[in-house]
Ligand binder design. Structure first.
Ligand code: EPZ
Length: 422
């Protein structure tokens, strides 16, 4: 299993080019299934999760391939509507093929994604919405078997999500795009990646009102055509690298990104004492002295994103004072805490709340990555500590950060990938 050997240099500074967003690329790839004619998608990040989803889609007989950061897809030869457990278990967002298959072909058999390190990750909201659209849903032997009503078309409905769910909103708007009649959704997710998906569906001929708001109205159309589209920049990757500047009195310029995608994060960085300057497609964070403590509670967009919680905790660990973090989205998203404590952090967790007492610096130590975003918080902490840190199980980081070693080297981080025998 690969590990990262990081020698702390105490400074994270330089320029980094941001990739397309993993959490937009995945639903956009699933949406390609809806198109009757070929689709081209640009700025697709080269990530393990993207490779897995492309493999799953091509397993259905669809011709889909990736050249560099461009994916082309032609659904003409599709001959199966099946998403197997062995692929879905490694990439739970595969559940996003369910809505498109059900809407266009009237049937689908998709493995239940199961949980992951940060929580049980149920998909009940997705399934309840499909039932409200007339689908017959049977869950057995770990698979969701879905069938559209007689006539093969889903029926537009009124549905309000019990809680804000990014994947649930994405799955349902993809299905509603081809349903008979109008679908009115309430309590939708408003994340930039949901907006990106809705915009691509419109480019394919879908009729969607209320994009970016909690209430969307989708008027079903007969069919959707292909389009040429580009994935929105990754706001979480952007925030992850900018956080490195706050931890080391650094100066980080992130390019090929958009400030409006992560305003709640930039506001917190400024509250911690960073000087943030922005342009249309760049953001710069400059830091003097230690970060100031802050209080954070993760919320659905436009609140503070849960996907930045671990990275911001690493900054809080070095703050001149005590910070409070409340994780409201996932039930188990503090797996990075014991690892940060091994590096000298002072954190007390009580249920959803973490109290972080700032320390002067992290100490180098061997640690283990537990999930995607936790891995980046450990990498940043190791980059600030004196000495060598070994980070195990870094396959987590390969799922969501494109070309991570070279980007970190470009910011002055001394990092090399080593593999241990087991
Ligand atoms: C997406 O996951 C992201 N993944 C996650 O990013 C992100 O943390 C999350 O949204 C929240 O922003 C992708 O987009 C691929 P949810 P998703 O449905 O859609 C509960 C990362 O690090 N829920 O918004 O699975 C659920 O348990 C990853 O890049 C139900 O109870 O998240 C959670 O507590 C991690 N029933 C909350 O809602 C459902 O049917 C939010 O989940 C659906 C969700």
């Amino acid at each position: 299993m690969d590990q990262f050997l990081i020698t702390g240099t105490g400074r994270i500074s330089g320029e980094v080019t941001i990739s397309g967003a993993k959490n937009a690329a995945l639903p956009l790839l699933a949406a390609m299934i809806l198109a009757e004619t070929p689709t081209t998608l640009h700025n697709v990040p080269s990530l393990q999760d993207v490779t897995t989803l492309i493999k799953l889609i091509s397993g259905m007989g669809i011709v889909i391939s990736k050249e560099g950061n461009t994916v082309t897809c032609n659904t003409k030869t599709i001959d199966s509507f099946y998403a197997p457990y062995d692929l879905v278990k490694t990439m739970r967002a595969s559940i996003l093929v369910l809505g498109p298959l059900l809407a266009r072909f009237g049937e689908a058999e998709v493995s239940l994604p199961g949980g992951c390190a940060i929580g049980s990750r149920p998909v009940d909201q997705h399934l309840q919405a499909f039932e409200a659209m007339g689908a017959e849903i049977i869950v057995e032997n770990g698979y969701v078997k879905a069938k559209a009503p007689k006539g093969g078309k889903l029926i537009g409905c009124e549905y309000s999500f019990d809680m804000v769910t990014v994947g649930g909103t994405e799955n349902v708007i993809m299905a509603a795009a081809l349903a008979k009649g109008t679908t009115r959704l309430e309590n939708c997710a408003r994340e930039p990646e949901v907006v990106d998906l809705a915009n691509m569906l419109v480019a394919m001929g879908a009729k969607i009102d209320g994009i970016g708001t909690a209430n969307m109205t989708i008027e079903g159309v007969e069919s959707l055509h292909g389009c040429e589209y580009s994935v929105v920049p990754d706001r979480i990757e952007t925030g992850s690298y900018l956080a490195g500047a706050l931890m080391t009195e650094g100066d980080v310029l992130t390019k090929h990104t958009r400030p409006e995608l992560l305003l709640p994060v930039l506001k917190k960085f400024e509250a911690m004492g960073a000087v943030i300057t922005t342009g249309e497609d760049w953001i710069r964070a400059q830091m003097k002295g230690r970060p100031l403590p802050v209080d954070i509670r993760t919320q659905p967009h436009p609140g503070f994103p849960t996907d930045m919680q671990a990275q911001l905790m690493a900054v809080c660990c070095l703050a001149d004072g005590t910070s409070t973090i409340i994780e409201n989205i996932f039930e188990n998203r503090y797996m990075h805490v014991p690892e940060l404590e091994r590096m000298g952090a002072n954190i007390k967790v009580d249920g959803h709340t973490a109290i972080v007492k700032g320390v002067e610096k992290f100490e180098a130590a061997p640690v283990m990555a537990t999930d995607l975003r936790a891995s980046m918080s450990l990498v940043m902490a190791a980059a600030t500590a004196e000495g060598k840190s070994l980070i195990d199980r870094i396959y987590h980081i390969d799922r969501g950060y494109e070309d991570v070693e070279n980007k970190l080297r470009g910011l002055g981080v001394k990092i090399e990938r080593v593999s241990n025998k087991d």
